[in-house]
Ligand binder design. Structure first.
Ligand SMILES: [Zn+2]
Length: 223
């Protein structure tokens, strides 16, 4: 019966010291966790791969002001790729502007003897000067009518068309590919609506069928 007596003693011991036993077990458990944490923390000193720039931009660093920064929805690659701006050459080498583009204000027409808008730029130049293509494109029409005279239109794509009026006989034909500087025809007086301006080129720009400001495309400083 000695064993029974020992068991009884042990039971009594546990009953008496249960709180101390639980406390020691808890302390041992906490100590074990701390030990594991220290061991794992020591392992973390091994080099980790550096974050890629893409990972960095996706993170929102905490704001010092305390305000919440909304998530950055900007995609990594821009959706709209802005095309290179088109810059024309001059339609007449060494030409002088004799009547400016004026769609917002009325300018005096010495031929029509009235004020009207002027949807293009008139260039005058020395005798024998040619109008030239301001940009690469394809000749889309060569026409004649009494008011505008001989007119060459060049399609540059994306709805952009340049129009050269009041030419002498045009030297290009429909469908012909031209590059910047290709001669189109001599400056003339064929446009009766601008007859009294003398031999000149009336130059217009059209974007998607509407009159456009030539100075949006001509090199800066030529106005
Ligand atoms: Zn004009």
């Amino acid at each position: 019966m000695k064993n029974k007596g020992n068991a009884q003693k042990l039971k009594a011991f546990f009953k008496k010291n249960i709180y101390y036993i639980v406390m020691i077990v808890c302390i041992l458990a906490i100590a074990a966790m701390i030990t594991v944490a220290v061991v794992l923390g020591g392992e973390e000193t091994t080099p980790v791969p550096a974050p890629t720039p893409g990972d960095v931009t996706d993170q929102n660093p905490p704001d010092d002001s305390g305000t919440v920064t909304p998530p950055d929805d900007t995609p990594d690659t821009p959706v709209d790729v802005t095309p290179e701006p088109i810059i024309f050459g001059l339609p007449v080498a060494g030409g002088t502007v004799i009547k400016d583009y004026a769609m917002d204000t009325l300018v005096w027409s010495s031929t029509l003897k009235q004020y009207s808008v002027h949807p293009g730029i008139d260039y005058k130049a020395a005798e024998g000067a040619s109008a030239v293509a301001v940009y690469d494109g394809v000749v889309s029409s060569v026409t004649y009518d009494q008011l505008n005279g001989n007119v060459v239109k060049i399609d540059h794509g994306d709805g952009l068309v340049t129009i050269y009026s009041s030419l002498e006989e045009p030297v290009v034909s429909v469908g012909q590919s031209v590059t910047e500087g290709t001669a189109l025809g001599l400056l003339g007086t064929s446009a009766t609506k601008e007859m009294s301006d003398g031999s000149h080129l009336h130059f217009e720009v059209s974007l998607n069928g509407e009159v456009a400001d030539p100075y949006d495309y001509l090199p800066a400083g030529d106005k």
